[in-house]
Design a protein around this ligand. Structure first.
Ligand code: ZN
Length: 139
């Protein structure tokens, strides 16, 4: 008899972070889905299906997700952080908890053809933080 064997995956554990969610406590399985009590960065607690978090279906409580979605619609996934442009790129090694990376880092990485290390920083030659043309950036 052939049986479908799911691939062995790392089990989620309390303290794991997915977007704004931090897993608090294992609640059990609901319709074969691993369900956790999770706390959003804003303090809201909710039951979550870990699979949905892994796929990025939920990045925070309803209140926070709504705000983020609205922002994304307004500016196409680009937002400002301390005057710098940030681009949504979830699987980037330098992305923050919200899945955003500084755009000037992405531009410089394209120029040098590799990922930048944590100690490297990118300077804006003309001092304009949103001017991310390659010729305005230097390592
Ligand atoms: Zn929240």
């Amino acid at each position: 008899m052939k049986r479908f064997l799911p691939k062995q995956r790392k089990m989620p554990k309390p303290g794991d972070r997915y977007g704004r969610w931090i897993l608090v406590k294992y609640l059990g399985k609901m319709q074969r889905h691993i369900t956790y009590l999770a706390r959003c960065d804003c303090g809201t607690e909710s039951e979550v299906v870990v699979k949905h978090l892994r796929r990025g279906h939920s990045t925070g409580c309803r209140k926070c997700s709504t705000v983020e979605e609205r922002n994304n619609q307004w500016n196409g996934g680009v937002k400002l952080n301390r005057g710098y442009k940030m681009v949504r790129q979830k699987d980037h090694p330098r992305c923050n908890w919200g899945g955003y990376v500084f755009e000037h880092i992405l531009v410089m990485e394209k120029v040098v053809g590799r990922h930048l290390t944590r100690v490297e920083s990118v300077h804006h030659k003309n001092g304009v933080k949103t001017d991310n043309r390659p010729e305005n950036l230097e390592l």
